[in-house]
Each structure stands twice: as C-alpha cells, then as structure tokens.
Design a protein around this ligand. Sequence first.
Ligand SMILES: Cc1cc2nc3c(=O)[nH]c(=O)nc-3n(C[C@H](O)[C@H](O)[C@H](O)COP(=O)(O)O)c2cc1C
Length: 322
Amino acid sequence: MVVKRGEVILAPMAGYTHSAFRRLARQLGADRTYTELISAPGIIHRGIPKKYAYFTPLERPIHIQLFGRNPYEISRAAVKVAQELKPDAIDINFGCSVPKVLKTGAAGKLLENPPVIKEIVKMTVEALKPYRIPVTAKIRLGLHEDNLEKIAEALIEGGVSAITLHPRLGAQGYAGRADWKRIADLKRISPVPVIGSGDVKNWRDIDRMFEETECDAVMVGRAALSNPWIFTEYREKRDIEIPLKWRLETILLLLEWMFEYYPSREKACFEIRSLLVQLLKGFSQSREIKSYLMTVKGCEEFVNRLRELIERFTTESAKSSL
Ligand SMILES: Cc1cc2nc3c(=O)[nH]c(=O)nc-3n(C[C@H](O)[C@H](O)[C@H](O)COP(=O)(O)O)c2cc1C
C-alpha cells in the first residue's frame, strides 16, 4: 500500500514546497511529501530541474509530481526520474488549471479526456514496473463540469496506486468551497487509497475530513504555509502558539537549507521572501519586520538583519518573562 491509513501529508504547492519546506514539514510531523508539478517534456528535453526535484532522505516518502499531456512523454520522464532520483512514487498532476498550463493541453485540461488519463497512467505504470515505483494521481472534479466518476474509473483502470482529490472544478480556481462530499463518494468507489485535499484550515479540520469523508489520508496545503506546526498540533491534538522569535529562527533554518540547492545565495534569499510573508502572517509587527528584511542590498545583509531580529526578540521575551 503506497499511502497508509491515517497519514497527514504536505500538499504540493508550486513556489513554496521545495526541499527546505518539505524537510521542515516532515520534522514537524507530516507523513509524506510531494514536489511541485514538474514538466515532463521539460525533463526529456532539458533534464531534471534541480530547483524543483532536489530532495534529501529526510523528505521521504516523497512523490515527484509530473505534468504533461502526452502518455509517451510522461512515461519517459517518469523513467528518467526513477533512474536518477529513485523517489518513493511518481505522482501525475491532472488538476492544475492555470491558463498557461491549460493552453498546452496538459494537467487540468486532461480532466475532460478520461481516455487519455487512462493511457498516461497505464504507460507510466508499465514503464515504472522494473523500478518498483508506484504511480499516484492528483485530480480535481473536472474542468468545467464534474466528471469525477469517469476520471476515477480511468485512473483505476490505468493502474494507479492512490488518488488525491481536491474537490473543486478546475475552472473554479480556489473560489467557493471544496466539496468534501465528493471525497466521500470517491472513497466509496475506489479500490485504492484516497487522499482528501482542500480547505483544511486547522488541525481540527484534519479530524473532521477523516470523519466526514472516511478518506485514507488528508493533505494540507495553504494552511501549512503559515502554520507548518499544524502537523504537530494534529498529532498532539492541541493548539500551539508559535512566537515570532521561533518563526524568525525557522526562516533562517529554511534559508540555510535552501543554500544547498539554489544556484546562488542571492537567489535563495530572494526566493525565501514568499515563505517569509506566509510565516509572519497575523503578527502586529510583521509589516515592520517585512519591510526591514526586504529593503536589503544583498543576501548577507538579509541574513544579518534576520539574526539581529532573532536576537532582539530573544532579549524582549527574556525581559517580559522576568
Ligand atoms: C500556491 C499553490 C501552488 C500549488 N501548486 C500545486 C502543484 O504544484 N501541484 C498540485 O498538485 N497542486 C498544487 N496546488 C494545489 C494544492 O496541492 C491543494 O490541492 C489545494 O491548495 C487545496 O488544498 P488547501 O485548501 O489545503 O490549500 C497548489 C496550491 C497553491 C495554493
């Protein structure tokens, strides 16, 4: 069984869930991680992109997520990934519905074409057999209309080992609510594990999704970006307040990990800004801190200011505990 019952998983999120954040999530209690979507034709023509695909053993079990539109291309890219990286699974994205991707006929566009979904999964499962690497899939309900049962049938006939469902239409983006009832519907018809995704906002919602849908595993996306401690909260069944100082220390830790695989320290310091905004959400001082950290001339100044802030908040919390 690829995914065990009761697992809580960090969702793939492009631009955020690279190696450093996945490592953090695993250390805080996530059971499994995924890379963000990586272009299958890109892998074939230009090789595996380190920025997206780099991972350490600490992030395992890890699924490398691919997208494309052509069964042959996706299966070839999967074999290359299997040979070079030996991930725990290959996930195929059939959900992403941003215009740039839809235009190419890949990912979310395929929700309208279950026979191609089946062909992609079948060829990839076959191609990965010698490597004993399972294939999973991540889907939405459909692109413009709910087509879940047909999509599920195609995936199952293709030989998929687990299905993640984010129960919105592709055309919806993130509007409206994720329809958890459809996760329950999928669970009733699926012989393979079902992972529920969508609108888990706090650790109590994880329990609620398990109860309401009987899904095998729950995936946490946006909520984990500002609160990666959600995985610990769920395990310990309690709210945990994370002070600003810890959050700043976490940003520094993430940055140090990012230096390992970003092409330069400058690039890492630039890219961490999106995670920084997330991790400082909801604090009265965050605005001031963000502008202090974002008006630096270079990476070394960024790191120095971050250290200085950590020092300042250490002294302040020591004072307030006197
Ligand atoms: C910024 C962002 C990037 C995302 N990138 C991916 C991706 O690369 N692959 C994927 O399958 N889903 C991606 N998703 C969808 C999430 O994995 C998840 O299914 C969705 O956000 C719903 O869960 P949530 O309400 O817990 O965030 C992305 C979502 C966000 C917000």
